[in-house]
Design a protein around this ligand. Sequence first.
Ligand SMILES: Cc1ncc(COP(=O)(O)O)c(C=O)c1O
Length: 321
Amino acid sequence: MAVMGSILEAIGNTPLVNLERLVKHWKIEGRILAKLDNLNPSGSKKDRIALGMIRSAERKGLLRRGQTVIEETSGNTGNGLALVCALLGYPFIAVMSKGNSIERVRVSNAFGAKVVRVDQAPGSKSGEVSAADLDLVIKETERLTKELGAFCVGQFHNADNATAQETTGDEMWEQSEGKIDAIADFVGTGGGFVGIATAMRRHDPKTRCYLIEPANAPYYSGEKPKEEAGHHIQGGGYAREVPFLDRSLITGCVSVSDEEAIESARLLSSVEGIFCGFSAGANVAAARKLLEGTEKGKTVAVVICDSGFKYLSTDLYPLKD
Ligand SMILES: Cc1ncc(COP(=O)(O)O)c(C=O)c1O
């Protein structure tokens, strides 16, 4: 690997690992390929979109030199933007719900960003970010954007989010030498699902693309929302329409419970040595369900969205004797 001009060149081109040990552990047939986007410089897949959306805004003339950048984020996009903005010379403000883990606040602070933490909606639980919590974050972001004359990146509406995550699909395809039958992705903004599905279908229109939702917070599956809609899978599962999600990309929906996501995340760490967060666990738990069902014997590719280091303040990895 040649000397890099800056850490920005270390974004993307992450390893793709065959989870043979886990497949053996679960006694299932087929392959799960895991794209280690937890190894991006700020610890998540969102570094790709941070760089992609800022570079695109510069090209389109939407972002002035030195202008303040602002974003509503569950933390990972904030971490990515904090890093990218630090290197490219933009002051950055991340607006987050207090329901998201504190590590991500500290990481953004470390990169020099300001983090505004928004109180959760009445009745919301810490560690669980609901659609109502997200609405409060969006409202505060809109207010600050106006007040400061800032550039709001807007990952929930910005199609460059999905375009940037097409690189993930393209890399998966190349690294697997085109041997992927299906992909599955847990949806937050939907940029990952749309980007990866778009790239895969470009390479092979027969690729099956599964959207993952928390068992407690279904939306695209058409199931009725549960009374208790809270869940622990931080970064998504808001049980609402995703603005740029083209439904024709969806082969099917897979629902994953907190317990399944947590069990898979812990096994990814202890069996495969892949230290990850809740949503990576959800992705791998969904891949397991697919290999136990309609995709038996096939190859399913998923993303390891972020690092387990971002969850040390939660109960994902408890202390053991
Ligand atoms: C940890 C984590 N997993 C999954 C997602 C969902 O990804 P996307 O927004 O591309 O749908 C996010 C998004 O914030 C995230 O932070």
